[in-house]
Design a protein around this ligand. Sequence first.
Ligand code: ADP
Ligand code: MG
Ligand code: MG
Length: 253
Amino acid sequence: MSTLEIKDLHVSIAVDGGTKEILTGVDLTIESGQTHAIMGPNGSGKSTLAYAIAGHPKYDVTSGEILLDGVDVLSMSVDERARAGLFLAMQYPVEVPGVSTANFLRSAATAVRGEAPKLRTWVKEVKGAMADLDIDPAFVDRNVNEGFSGGEKKRQEVLQLSLLKPKFAVLDETDSGLDVDALRVVSDGVNRYRAGGETGVLLITHYTRILQHIRPDVVHVFAGGRVVESGGPELADELEKNGYERFTKAAAV
Ligand code: ADP
Ligand code: MG
Ligand code: MG
């Protein structure tokens, strides 16, 4: 059993000469075996939360805590966070020129596991995971994200998830740009990853669509840089019906 705790997290970014506070006190606790959805309007700070968890240098944590099983995550480097079991799938995955997907995955696995996976079993593992995600075998020879379609990028993220098996996965807008078939394949991949019940998922999304495939245990509404309401899956149904207005108004006062 693992717990990821976010306590009164404040995050600022540098904007033309000054700073702007984007996260205004996020409180959130997620345990392994749970899936939490974070839903909020554009610009409410959802991706900022994901980057802060991952340790992106552009996002300055001015106060608050992130604890993984009681251990301070904020003092860890990006690599240390990955080794500790945190995984972030970016909303805009970066291209890695000159690095094949095969090499990228193997070095990521080496970093997370602390030793290079044995080549023979590794190749099998990768092939199996790719077959599960309907990924063309030729895909691993291509450079990371270079010329990947939106759907291919998302499949690659879920491929990483299934190979790296982090304790907690933060998936930012994993549903964006996916057609119905790709959404199902990607959702099935996330569901396989969480099926063991030993991992936690923080699923960040603007739309309720992906929540039809990946049922969350808890839904948090995000507005004005913090969680303004938490509830069960029925909260997502209310958002689907009525939108975010009730929450953005409340966050503005
Ligand atoms: P969301 O993911 O909910 O759409 P973001 O976290 O992307 O929200 O953005 C929250 C706010 O912070 C927005 O007003 C956005 O313009 C601003 N912001 C986020 N990252 C940066 C950045 N690197 N530079 C400038 N502004 C940023
Ligand atoms: Mg956005
Ligand atoms: Mg975003």
